[in-house]
Design a protein around this ligand. Structure first.
Ligand code: XBP
Ligand code: MG
Length: 253
């Protein structure tokens, strides 16, 4: 079927938000609240296997702090997470984290080629807006016709629910869309919903298993900064554009 839509993950895919954004925000709020829960980069690498900030804190307590007790743990975690989100939004608003190579170029290309655009992410909606507004500009918010984010579904990635939610809102078939992901959990989520993925790896995910992906690249590439192909068919393309995506999609239909 013809390619109609591109669905983007956010963290690690649009921008490397984890180390300089989320991790900092978690540690700032832990310190502010007087909690001795410092997360090193090494520990965070492991914690990233659990998607969702609230779920990640819960997993951290269960695994590393099982002597910690709170009589209303769920609300306590939700409250910490709300404050972490405010800090993250502030950090992103300083322009701290740029978009990854080729992201803006591809979004512009896709939008002027009439492809429909959406977001499917585990992170909170405020975080998505902060990143888009501070990197692409406010007017780009309306380019994404669906922003599937955070708790809009109960089961986060690797479950397919967030991609199914976006497909349903867009009223398209999974074979009419491609997903852009950076992690195993993201890839599994998209493939559970029947959507093929283009993977761009990063420091946290370059050793993940991407067997089900259409193609695995170091980044989307640009005219002056071509991508390196990690897995997939060799191509004459040097950067990911709509023409390349249409070819990829056609080969796999
Ligand atoms: C992103 C996440 C998120 C962020 C933190 O995963 O797992 O939890 O790390 O965001 P993906 P929140 O890129 O696969 O969607 O704290 O807002 O949950
Ligand atoms: Mg991601």
């Amino acid at each position: 079927m013809d390619l109609k839509a591109l669905i983007f993950d956010v963290d690690g895919t649009l921008a490397n938000t984890e180390r300089d954004g989320h991790l900092q925000a978690f540690n700032i709020i832990f310190e502010r609240l007087g909690l001795d829960w410092y997360w090193s980069n090494e520990l965070y690498h492991k914690l990233l296997n659990v998607t969702g900030g609230k779920e990640r804190i819960k997993y951290y307590l269960d695994t590393y702090k099982n002597d910690f007790y709170h009589d209303d743990l769920e609300n306590f975690i939700a409250d910490i997470h709300r404050q972490k989100t405010d800090i993250y939004v502030e950090l992103i608003s300083t322009g701290l984290v740029p978009l990854r190579v080729g992201v803006k170029r591809l979004i512009d290309d896709a939008s002027s080629s009439g492809l429909r655009l959406a977001i499917a992410t585990t992170t909170s909606p405020q975080n998505v807006e902060a990143l888009i507004v501070n990197t692409l500009g406010k007017k780009y918010m309306s380019l994404f016709e669906v922003i599937g984010a955070g708790d809009v579904v109960t089961l986060k990635k690797p479950a397919g629910d967030i991609y199914n939610y976006v497909l349903n809102e867009m009223k398209i078939d999974p074979t009419q869309a491609l997903a852009f992901e950076d992690s195993r959990n993201g890839l599994l989520s998209a493939s559970s919903a029947g959507i093929d993925s283009v993977i761009t790896v990063n420091e946290y995910t370059n050793e993940h298993n991407f067997n089900e992906a259409l193609v695995v690249l170091d980044h989307l590439g640009d005219e002056n900064n071509n991508f390196n192909l990690i897995k997939g068919d060799t191509t004459h393309s040097k950067f990911v554009d709509v023409e390349y995506l249409r070819e990829l999609n056609a080969k796999n239909c």
